[in-house]
Design a protein around this ligand. Structure first.
Ligand code: ADP
Ligand code: MG
Length: 238
């Protein structure tokens, strides 16, 4: 019964989220009354003009930042009710991040970067080594364990970052403009890799993008406009 219940429950439920920042003597509202649910296995494009609050929303979804109002539930657990240690554990086990500027650790080898989530989760060294080797192959970088991030191109670094985001098999992956710093062709390759890695995996992806083409291959589009969810996507670029 428990597993049926888990399968039907949305992986993510957002209700009444509001967030504002102090600006001089006033407060500027970045997000207002945001509510939505995401089913397990869904692939969602989060779109909105620069400054519309996309990164802020991702940080709230991961419990990195706290909303002024409302709550986020991941797998039925309220982030608002969790303390920092619990949030850290939840992120380590269930969430993967992919960033625009890759965020690899320059002093660590590719193997150490990719293996970091497993190390933080206490996986034994041997298992780490095997899984890192598998993931390097999955992202087309077989045998590059000992290389350092600055020896790679941007597209290769993003492929390493994808392996790092997925190696601990998180239920939810948050990608913040993962192709925003790549040329069009390299971006296309990275997106195809992401789509391939998500097909049939039952993993959930929320992908921030400016591209209509990208948003069209996802199951659903969430658009932010003036801090609110909107159906207006006419300004999306190709
Ligand atoms: P996007 O990712 O859609 O480009 P962001 O979520 O980064 O937008 O930012 C939304 C708005 O919130 C911007 O106007 C930004 O300046 C503001 N903002 C984000 N973080 C902070 C912060 N820590 N302090 C003050 N303002 C912030
Ligand atoms: Mg952003």
């Amino acid at each position: 019964m428990e597993s049926t219940h888990q399968a039907l429950m949305p992986i993510l439920a957002v209700a009444g989220i509001g967030k504002s920042y102090a600006e001089g003597h006033q407060r500027r509202t970045v997000l207002a009354d945001i509510g939505f649910e995401v089913a397990r296995g869904e692939c969602i494009a989060l779109v909105g003009q620069s400054g519309s609050g996309k990164s802020t929303l991702l940080n709230l979804l991961a419990g990195i930042d706290k909303p002024d109002t409302g709550d986020v539930e991941i797998m039925g657990r309220s982030l608002g009710a969790m303390g920092e240690p619990e949030l850290t554990l939840l992120r380590r086990k269930h969430i993967g991040f992919i960033y625009q500027f890759f965020n690899l650790i320059p002093t660590l080898t590719l193997a150490e970067n990719i293996g970091l989530p497993l190390e933080l989760n206490g996986a034994p060294a041997r298992q780490r080594r095997d899984r890192v080797r598998d993931w390097l192959a999955k992202v087309g970088l077989d045998g590059r364990e000992g290389a350092f991030p600055d020896e790679l191109s941007g597209g290769e670094q993003q492929r390493v970052a994808i392996a790092r985001a997925l190696i601990h098999e998180p239920a939810l992956v948050l990608a913040d403009e993962p192709t925003g710093n790549l040329d069009a062709r390299t971006g296309q390759i990275v997106l195809e890799l992401l789509a391939h890695l998500f097909r049939d995996e039952g993993r959930t992806l929320i992908l921030v993008t400016h591209s209509r083409k990208v948003s069209e291959i996802t199951d659903r589009i969430l658009a932010l406009d003036n801090g609110r969810l909107s159906s207006n996507t006419e300004w999306l670029s190709w």
